[in-house]
Design a protein around this ligand. Structure first.
Ligand SMILES: [Zn+2]
Ligand SMILES: [Zn+2]
Ligand SMILES: [Zn+2]
Ligand SMILES: [Zn+2]
Length: 280
């Protein structure tokens, strides 16, 4: 049935809008919004003048609900630049991960830092640069690691001159006796797997512990990812071997683009067998 005809059939004879649940009927079966049926003002059916009943039209309520979900809507962040037009049901999901939404400071959200910043995606790097930590797509660090306390940390990573932004989140979990790291890309969940990261704990030129894993989207809770262990997850008894005398660990990380047509293995150099460094 044509949408316009459908809409006119679902129009309430009192408010002239699409009927809203609860939908009530007259004794002959004409329907209207429950809210438009105030018994002090409306005693007879506006269509046939029969008495109103208190019988709800559940099927019609379901049809209207479904029609609303199937109709296409613009992203609520269209003015900010988002071009997505989706079914209302899909938009509910999209707007949670839309890159044009407003962001709370991830330090507050994830670590509980006392920071009340909110802003759009293109201001996140500036905020983390001035107030917290902004990192490059790769780096090598020496960091204190105290395994006696639960701690969390987050840094922003600027990848490709701000064309992509990632969170590097870490956690020391005393109860689980594990340390976690994860790299999450801000934006659509399904695009996150276009990137992967390598994370390496090192102690001198020989002793290394390396994890290579796909990036996650930023909407997923880090706690959830840590639970799934699809991240860097290192038990205390293993990471202890990498803590030096001053209580620090050395680690390196690097985020890279993943090309499914030319996966990493294809980069293997036939002459030497070494993996070539992938350009970013
Ligand atoms: Zn109405
Ligand atoms: Zn009627
Ligand atoms: Zn959007
Ligand atoms: Zn902040």
């Amino acid at each position: 049935m044509k949408i316009k005809l459908m809409e006119s059939l679902l129009e309430c004879p009192v408010c002239y809008e699409t009927m809203k649940p609860p939908i009530l009927q007259c004794i002959k079966g004409h329907s209207l919004c429950g809210n438009c049926c105030d018994p002090s003002k409306l005693t007879k059916c506006p269509t046939c003048r029969s008495a109103m009943s208190t019988t709800r039209n559940y099927q019609l309520e379901q049809i209207i609900k479904q029609m609303k979900l199937d109709s296409k809507v613009k992203c609520p962040f269209a003015e900010e630049g988002c071009q997505f037009v989706l079914k209302a049901s899909e938009m509910l999901e999209h707007k949670k991960e839309c890159r044009y939404r407003m962001f709370e400071c991830e330090g507050k959200k994830y670590c509980g830092w006392n920071c009340n910043w909110t802003g759009p995606i293109d201001k996140i790097c500036d905020h983390f640069k001035t107030e917290h930590t902004l990192l490059e797509f790769k780096g090598a660090y020496k960091k204190d690691l105290d395994l006696k306390e639960n701690t969390k940390h987050v840094a922003a990573i600027d990848f490709g001159k701000r064309s992509h932004i990632f969170w590097m989140k870490s956690k020391v979990d005393v109860e689980k006796e594990k340390c976690f790291w994860v790299f999450q890309r801000i934006g659509l969940e399904k695009q996150a797997a276009n990137f992967y990261y390598e994370f390496e704990l090192c102690d001198g030129p020989v002793r290394k512990l390396k994890v290579s894993e796909f990036c996650e989207g930023d909407v997923r809770e880090a706690e959830d990812i840590f639970k799934s262990e699809k991240c860097v997850s290192i038990p205390f008894n293993l990471i202890k071997n990498y803590i030096d005398k001053s209580g620090k660990i050395n680690f390196r990380y690097r985020i890279m683009k993943y090309n499914s047509e030319h996966p990493v293995a294809a980069l293997q150099d036939k002459t030497t067998g070494n993996i070539k460094n992938e350009r970013v």
